[in-house]
Design a protein around this ligand. Structure first.
Ligand code: DX5
Ligand code: ZN
Length: 229
């Protein structure tokens, strides 16, 4: 049975950059389902973050799913390195180049779950030919590059349409950007099941005081679950 229950995926973009191993252990201990890793290249998006070596270094500190969001272009030449670093899901952007079909084939060829991300300005039809080649579609509800931005509400209608397009295919809908206990119900109701949250999970806590991470994760999950109950 395909698991469409709500999953919370904290983005370590909002973690303490001097302490990633401990941060990953802390969020999992506090109830995170997946760990979301935002890879940025300073070209496809105006910010720089994590290379494959960093992903390999944190992998032993993650028991569950390591969800790697590649905001890079070109992307194909780096897939193998991120696969070897231990990613479970590799997500590339539909806007990252003219050959996204080949990119998705390559990800599955590496034995990984294939994710496809779509920016706020891209129509949902851009993914229609790719639905049978993906395990996850990530709808961006901010313009990618930075944490802590405001949720773009117009994307909720896109999620509703995407859910209809997916039908009974075993494809997760992930939402990334501006997710809080206030916005999570909107996208859960529209059909999303994986909710990425950076600032809303890490706010108020630290590796020495991780209880707020748990409270934040529970609040987002409860709000989302209530919307679909
Ligand atoms: C944005 C990243 C997001 C970001 C989410 O480019 O893809 O994963 O970290 O952060 P919040 O939850 O703070 O919007
Ligand atoms: Zn992300």
């Amino acid at each position: 049975m395909f698991d469409r229950s709500i999953k919370i995926a904290p983005s370590i973009l909002a973690a303490d950059f001097a302490n990633f191993g401990a941060e990953c252990r802390a969020i999992e201990a506090q109830g995170a389902d997946w760990v979301h890793v935002d890879v940025m290249d300073g070209h496809f998006v105006p910010n720089l973050t994590f290379g494959p070596a960093m992903c390999a270094a944190i992998r032993p500190h993650i028991k569950g799913v390591m969800d790697v969001h590649l905001m890079i272009a070109p992307v194909d030449q780096y897939l193998e390195a991120y696969a070897k670093a231990g990613a479970d899901v590799l997500t590339a952007h539909v806007e990252a180049g003219p050959h996204i079909h080949r990119t998705l084939q390559a990800i599955r060829g590496l034995g990984k779950k294939a994710g496809l991300a779509i920016n706020p300005g891209t129509p949902v039809e851009a993914v229609s030919e790719l639905l049978d080649m993906v395990d996850l579609i990530c709808v961006m509800t901010v313009n990618p590059g930075f944490g802590g931005q405001s949720f773009i509400e117009s994307q909720v209608a896109k999620v509703t349409r995407l859910r209809q397009m997916i039908g009974d295919r075993p494809v997760h809908i992930e939402i990334d950007g501006g997710i809080t206990a206030v916005t999570a119900p909107l996208v859960a109701k529209a059909g999303a099941d994986v909710l990425v949250a950076g600032s809303a999970v890490f706010k108020g806590g630290s590796v020495d005081n991780p209880a707020p991470y748990g409270a934040n994760i529970r609040a987002i999950r409860a709000a989302a679950e209530a919307a679909i109950a």
